[in-house]
Ligand binder design. Structure first.
Ligand code: NAD
Length: 483
């Protein structure tokens, strides 16, 4: 497709592509150049109502196809998304500013995630929980919820959709996707790919819009479950709005993930992996923004880490050499620079690298970039070490005592990911057991496979994406007893 075709935003309801929605229009900005990508149309209550009605009407159609046909159409979806990879890449660069390097592995992971649920579509199964010799029988049917609301944020829309929609469809549900107004283009292309794959119209509907549209999805009585990726404050509002309906949720929320680097660690590897996480400019839920380093190796680690961050190429998302692109909006850039300023004026730590806007030429000079930034000697209770910054800002904190460091690591409201760097297996296993987070990686950082559950502890959310647990999120259990 041409850029102009790709950057055309519409609302997908059933098989209809609507040019106008009831919530008006907005301009969409390219984060790397601060230029307008185009005018986007936003949906509101009428479009959400129509999309839910289409999804409800499509339920018996999707059910009637049966597991084998549903599996085959999801399989086609994976192949189409893979073959449209260049279009998704170009869109991702234009709408989120994600560089090619960061996008390519996310595309591969997205396709793998869809294929994971291709495999589950004909293995939903059930349980036999009791049978007695006198002929009594109890069994459990796994049934889809029905219409599921998929509400996602902007930081990695293709991966977010791949982690939710195929699992929901494999379980037999139909979906209404409410993407962020900041990333309307990728979800629409995803919707087109679903139709192209032979997934019947109405099974997947896409209504970009703002918070009001999201709330309409939550309170719609025919939407039987919500799967959400976004911030904890929004999640709390959604749970309040959904409370009168006793609406069930899967919540994939933010984090303040921590590295712990012991004296016997491979320091260079630990430093390189931490810096590599800048591929989405720190706008990743599992970004390891707190780095606890043993005092015996702190100087060496800081030398390696500063060097690794300094060599990160910040710039044009279209350039294959670029490691890190811009933040999503001017507002996000201002917010992150404000937090850096506040950290300096409040003495939360000592600025060791970055802290400002990088100097970029030409079209990029107005983009929403922030330099890779490191603070050292950070107070672990300060806002710098407690709040999710969602930008390329690290807090390095020294420690001498393992137990104190673990207590500090766990002393946040979040619990998404942890990273343990040591060559001592016994210590690794001991620390893994104590870190309160949904995933812990040992001597690793970016491992993420679709066969393992991904989810948070505490205010990082509840519910899982990935593996059988990710399928079960979209299934209800019905116990049947036969006397
Ligand atoms: P957000 O929470 O403001 O918005 C996310 C979505 O919710 C958008 O589509 C938005 O329109 C919608 N929304 C906003 N208010 C709503 C309401 N009252 N009712 C219904 N819908 C509403 O997004 P954000 O905070 O900018 O997103 C970033 C957050 O997402 C970060 O905290 C990040 O860590 C988290 N995140 C988590 C994961 C994960 O898998 N755990 C992945 C990516 C991002």
């Amino acid at each position: 497709m041409t850029d102009a075709q790709l950057l055309t935003n519409q609302i997908l309801i059933g098989s209809d592509f609507l040019d106008r929605g009831s919530a008006g229009t907005d301009q969409h900005w390219n984060p790397a150049t601060a230029t307008v990508n185009g005018e986007i149309t936003l949906g509101g209550r009428p479009e959400i109502d129509a999309a839910v009605a289409a999804a409800k009407a499509a339920l018996p159609v999707w059910e009637a196809l049966g597991p084998i046909e549903r599996r085959d159409r999801l399989s086609r979806l994976a192949a189409i998304i893979e073959s449209w990879g260049e279009d998704f890449r170009a869109l991702s660069a234009a709408e989120t500013g994600m560089p090619q390097q960061g996008f390519i592995w996310r595309l591969k992971l997205s396709v793998e995630w869809i294929r994971q649920y291709v495999g589950y579509a004909d293995k939903v199964g059930g349980d036999l929980t009791g049978s007695s010799d006198d002929g009594q029988l109890e069994y459990v049917r796994y049934e889809p919820y029905g219409v599921v609301g998929i509400i996602i944020t902007w930081n990695s829309p293709l991966l977010s959709l791949a982690m939710k929609v195929p699992a929901a469809l494999a379980a037999g549900n139909t979906v209404v996707i409410k993407p962020s107004e900041l990333t309307p283009y990728t979800p629409l292309l995803f919707g087109r790919a679903c139709l192209e794959a032979g997934i019947p119209p109405g099974v997947v509907n896409v209504v970009p819009g703002g918070a009001d549209a999201g709330e309409q999805v939550v309170i719609h009585p025919d939407v039987e479950k919500i799967s959400f990726t976004g911030g904890a404050v929004t999640a709390a509002k959604m749970m309040q709005a959904g409370a009168p309906f006793i609406k069930p949720f899967c919540m994939e929320l933010g984090g303040k993930s921590a590295y712990i680097v012991f004296p016997d660690a491979d320091l260079k590897m630990a430093a390189t992996l931490a810096a590599k996480e800048l591929s989405n400019a720190g706008q990743s839920c599992k970004f390891g923004s707190r780095i606890f380093v043993h005092d015996d190796v702190r100087a060496d680690y800081m030398a390696a880490f500063t060097e690794a961050c300094r060599s990160v190429v910040v710039g044009d998302p279209e350039d294959m050499a670029t490691n890190m692109g811009p933040l999503i909006t001017r507002g996000a850039q201002d917010r992150v620079l404000g937090m850096i300023e506040q950290a300096q004026s409040g003495n939360y730590g000592r600025l060791a690298l970055g802290g400002g806007k990088p100097k970029l030429d030409g079209a990029l000079s107005q983009g929403y970039f922030v330099e890779p930034t490191i603070f050292e000697d950070v107070d672990p209770l300060s806002p710098l070490a407690q709040d999710e910054i969602f930008g390329p800002v690290y807090s390095v904190i020294g420690f001498t005592d393992e137990a104190t460091a673990i207590a500090q690591i766990n002393n946040t409201k979040f619990g998404l990911s942890g990273y343990v760097h040591t060559r001592d297996l016994r210590r690794a296993l001991r620390v893994v057991a104590q870190v309160k987070s949904g995933t812990v990686y040992v001597n690793d950082a970016n491992r993420r496979h679709p066969w393992s559950p991904f989810g948070g502890f505490k205010q990082s959310g509840f519910g899982d994406e990935g593996g059988r647990a990710g399928l079960d999120e979209f299934l209800r259990k019905k116990t049947v007893g036969i006397a």
